[in-house]
Write a protein that binds this ligand. Structure first.
Ligand SMILES: O=C(O)CCC(=O)C(=O)O
Length: 295
């Protein structure tokens, strides 16, 4: 169960880190397990990311810019997704009693489980530009909540998570192009002037819970010798009636299937406007996500 102060922090900020929720033995077994699964094998949904492109000049014929793809450490260590659909260890972790207790206390009702992901983030790998998970999951009504577990100690050098305090209740923002030399995904969200993410320093076995509205992401792993592996579960509130297609099938926390509706792609999104000298979100855009888009 979360402590009172963890509960209050989650209610206020939309995210909280629970220290040492998993033991170092459990984390070590999980690291070995996923490194074995990754070695020389492909799995459904592996994601290397968008290519890192370097401008190498202009075409003599057309004058168009010419690009060259740069080597990318993620080619050897693509992100794995939805492992719980084919790997029992991942399914057991997603439905773990400790995660369920924390999620249920923070949300006031047992959630549904919809996704697992494993980021290897080897030395030199790009991060993931700032985003809101609800942009992809489109939970209706309500939002998602992530359980992000560090499998390695994480700091700014190896690309720890970056969290935007104060974004817990923001509407879904319209996306803009991301800098793909720094991010393996190609969209991000704009922040108002003066707002910056703060690094979430974590030890292996710590779990950060954050809701689907919170703006978060990570920067590059600038180390030459340290991975930043993380195991992530995505859940949706127990009141939800619909979620985007990519997140079906939806599971109850006892592993049984639950039938929910499909949220449509697209929809409205917010942009920053000035109101009485303050930056506020105004819903006026159309989200570019399509039914098949996912993080
Ligand atoms: O681990 C990261 O760098 C990003 C993870 C993330 O954005 C997520 O779990 O939604």
């Amino acid at each position: 169960m979360p402590t009172v102060s963890q509960f209050e922090q989650y209610q206020r900020d939309g995210f909280v880190i629970v220290r040492a929720l998993f033991s170092s033995e459990e984390v070590s077994l999980l690291r070995t397990h996923y490194m074995k699964l990754r070695e020389g094998q492909e799995h459904p949904g592996d994601f290397v990311g968008v290519p890192i492109q370097r401008i190498i000049g202009n075409s003599a014929k057309t004058g168009d810019l010419l690009f060259e793809d740069k080597p990318d450490p993620l080619r050897q260590y693509p992100r794995m997704i939805h492992m719980h659909r084919w790997d029992e260890v991942s399914l057991q972790w997603l439905l773990d009693k400790r995660l369920n207790e924390h999620l249920t206390s923070m949300l006031g009702r047992e959630p549904y489980a919809v996704q697992t992901m494993l980021y290897f983030k080897p030395p030199g790998a790009r991060g993931q530009a700032l985003h809101q998970d609800q942009y992809y999951l489109k939970v209706q009504p309500g939002t998602s909540i992530a359980a992000w577990m560090a499998l390695d100690d994480c700091d700014e050098a190896n690309g720890c998570m970056q969290m935007v305090a104060g974004s817990a209740n923001w509407d879904v923002l319209c996306s803009i192009p991301a800098d793909t030399t720094q991010s393996f995904t190609d969209v991000t969200v704009p922040l108002p002037e003066g707002v910056k993410p703060t690094p979430a320093l974590m030890k292996a076995g710590d779990v950060m819970f954050f809701n689907g509205q919170v703006v978060h992401g990570s920067y590059q792993n600038t180390t030459t010798n340290r991975f930043r592996r993380s195991l992530i579960g995505h859940y949706i509130v127990g009141e939800a009636q619909k979620v985007a297609q990519f997140y079906h099938p939806v599971l109850r926390m006892d592993g049984s299937l639950v039938e929910l509706g499909l949220s449509e792609g697209g929809g409205s999104c917010g942009v920053w406007v000035e109101n009485d000298g303050r930056q506020v979100i105004e819903m006026q855009g159309i989200s570019k996500t399509k039914a098949e888009d996912h993080e």
